[in-house]
Design a binder for this molecule. Structure first.
Ligand code: GLU
Length: 254
């Protein structure tokens, strides 16, 4: 199976912005094991800005663009250092790819990106992709890594986009405020397009970060790729999702 795995900042880091060592170690171990079982894995990892902010000692995420871009430059190094170290423990090679909206929009650059990705997969490396935050401007920004994950999944014709998050999946209402909220195990394609278009807080799935996840699911559904959201707190969820077991929320293609 060819799987694109997107990992969000809140999974990678503690609320302090510093690396969640225990959790990230477990996630890298599970992904290494998927590779050993013969799956092709591509990572889309957030965390550059968050980790850079913490490392530079800012008390909070700065508002100005150049400080954020500086933080991304620092945090991206830290991120790749950690991945190289942890995947290296299981004899896996990592490769960093930083892209911007331009690299998707421009057919020549997109083709180069796809060629490099498929060569890296042939070479059995784990491509690790993030937006090139240090040079992204408003005009060329992809914006969020859920969308980037879906774009990457489409570029490599993936079988699955696995979104590792800090929430168990999609609920009927916000589980942080409604104790009767029910976890939906499946979302069908009609629901995907309805909520991807509706966006914003108008949807009943309007918890933090859900809007971009629906938009990503719609991109995936359009080219026939399933997307699953799982909670990263239990790394066994990663195995279960790839093995087709019931876990998190599955966005159905048909
Ligand atoms: N590219 C951003 C970072 O690495 C994350 C964007 C996102 O998570 O949506 O900090």
């Amino acid at each position: 199976m060819r799987v694109v795995i997107k990992i969000g900042t809140s999974t990678l880091t503690h609320p302090t912005g510093l690396l969640n060592i225990r959790l990230v170690e477990k996630i890298c171990k599970a992904i290494s094991d998927l590779k050993n079982a013969g799956h092709e894995v591509i990572l889309v990892s957030s965390g550059a800005i968050g980790m850079g902010v913490a490392k530079l000692g800012f008390s909070e995420k700065p508002d100005d663009v150049s400080s954020k871009q500086a933080a991304a430059a620092v945090g991206q190094c830290e991120l790749m250092y950690v991945y190289d170290k942890l995947f290296g423990e299981y004899n896996h090679i990592v490769a960093q790819l930083l892209i911007t909206g331009d690299d998707i929009e421009n057919p020549v650059r997109h083709e180069k990106f796809k060629n490099t990705l498929s060569r890296l997969l042939e070479l059995r490396a784990i491509p690790i992709i993030n937006e090139n935050d240090t040079v992204s401007t408003e005009e060329i920004v992809i914006g969020d890594n859920d969308t980037l994950g879906a774009i990457v999944a489409k570029s490599v014709n993936a079988d699955l986009l696995l979104v590792i998050s800090d929430i168990d999946g999609v609920y009927t209402s916000d589980p942080r405020v409604d104790k009767n909220a029910v976890l939906l195990r499946e979302v069908n394609s009609l629901e995907i397009s309805k909520y991807a278009v509706a966006g914003g807080s108008g949807t009943k799935f309007g918890t933090g970060g859900m809007v971009t996840k629906f938009q990503a699911a719609e991109i995936c559904a359009d080219f026939g790729c399933e997307m699953i959201i799982v909670n990263g707190k239990n790394p066994n969820n990663i195995y279960d999702a790839v093995e087709g077991k019931t876990v998190g929320t599955r966005f159905k293609v048909k």
